[in-house]
Design a protein. Structure first.
Length: 148
């Protein structure tokens, strides 16, 4: 039985998963009609209604990291706007809104950081993410953003 991962290894793996999830969500929104991601709210998984504020870091360093994550993991990099709502004046904690407009540069791909750095194309389908097929990607952005 392999030894359990060291705490720093687990933290690094968790951070990598969070970055991949952020890139997927941003690309999926840009590939459809756009939308917003709200960081700093916890909710009931069943009803999807926010039930509590769980403040996130709003420092300039953290906001740059979010921009860098999108820029280095999504091709082409979509436009995003970060809107920080501090929980108190001068605080570096609060709610972060990531606004993702519908992109005219779609389709946007997420770079899978494995051996072959494969590109995968997500899109929003209701409240889930669906991965586009090669045929959908090849037929052009009109299929990607839902215009038929």
């Amino acid at each position: 039985m392999p030894a359990p991962a060291a705490p720093s290894t687990k933290a690094a793996h968790y951070e990598k998963e969070k970055k991949a999830e952020l890139a997927k969500d941003v690309a999926a929104l840009a590939n459809t009609i756009g939308g917003v991601l709200v960081l700093g709210l916890a909710g009931d998984r069943k009803s999807r209604i926010p039930t509590a504020v769980v403040p996130v870091e709003l420092t300039d360093t953290r906001l740059r990291q979010i921009r860098a994550t999108v820029a280095s993991n999504v091709r082409p990099a979509p436009r995003i706007e970060l809107i920080a709502k501090e929980d108190a004046p001068g605080s570096n904690q609060g709610i972060l809104i990531i606004a993702v407009p519908r992109s005219l540069d779609a389709p946007h791909a997420v770079i899978e950081h494995n051996q072959d750095h494969r590109l995968a194309y997500p899109r929003r389908d209701g409240d889930t993410t669906r991965w586009l097929t090669e045929t959908e990607v090849a037929t052009g952005s009109s299929v990607v953003i839902g215009q038929h």
